[in-house]
Design a protein around this ligand. Structure first.
Ligand code: ADP
Ligand code: 5GP
Length: 185
């Protein structure tokens, strides 16, 4: 992989994207994780500026209007977006930047960064996905239902991505992710 690139990391909510990145990134300081903005309420333990920039809807809308987002999308009733400037600065400086975003955002990034390496994380099954979301214990029943409905649409689009990784056993998924990312850098 050439330096100064964007990596898009997509997959249904609850598939384990955050878990994979939390295992991967401490060993790879050369990869920078983009911090998104969202109108979603913080979950217990989430810190503003670390997990997300938490914004009210009006502020988020003004950031959209000002063109501050590289991409943004509505997901399960909340808005999510990638602040443009930090990503552009990192890429211009020759760094790798990873965007952990949903499907619509990934499609938008293909327009701006067509050379981005796009990875889709698959659940072993929708039943296992549901038990992971429930096991996380941080979403309401309504939020879980919306996430699962969206998951079916997202999984159906997995072929659009450069690489699909099934997160069954975590160590194996991590190994696949690492070897795919670092085979060429
Ligand atoms: P995402 O970031 O994609 O929304 P999370 O990383 O929050 O998903 O994972 C959702 C839940 O699934 C968490 O409780 C996490 O511990 C669990 N999980 C993640 N990967 C695996 C795995 N390979 N096997 C079993 N449980 C997993
Ligand atoms: P969660 O509420 O579980 O943190 O995230 C819900 C979904 O929004 C996940 O699929 C996550 O990848 C996605 N997401 C997080 N940040 C962004 C972003 O900046 N843009 C887009 N398009 N999706 C995002």
């Amino acid at each position: 992989m050439a330096p100064g690139r964007v990596i898009v990391f997509t997959g249904p909510s609850g598939v384990g994207k955050g878990t994979l990145l939390r295992s991967l990134l401490p060993n790879h300081p050369e990869i920078h994780l983009s911090i998104s903005a969202t109108t979603r309420q913080p979950r217990p333990g989430e810190v503003d500026g670390q997990h997300y920039y938490f914004k009210d809807r009006e502020t988020f809308q003004s950031l959209i209007d000002a063109g501050e987002f590289l991409e943004w999308a509505e997901f399960a009733g909340n808005l999510y977006g990638t602040p443009r400037q930090p990503v552009v600065e990192r890429v211009d400086a020759g760094d790798l930047v990873i965007l952990e975003i949903e499907l619509e955002g990934a499609r938008q990034v293909r327009q701006t960064f067509p050379e981005a390496f796009q990875i889709f994380v698959m659940p072993p099954s929708l039943g296992i996905l549901e038990s992971r979301i429930r096991g996380r214990g941080q979403d309401s029943d309504e939020a879980i239902a919306r996430r699962l409905a969206r998951a079916e649409v997202e999984v159906a689009a997995a072929d659009e991505f450069d690489l699909q990784i099934t997160n069954g056993r975590l160590p194996q998924a991590l190994e696949e992710l690492e070897s795919a990312l670092f085979a060429t850098i």
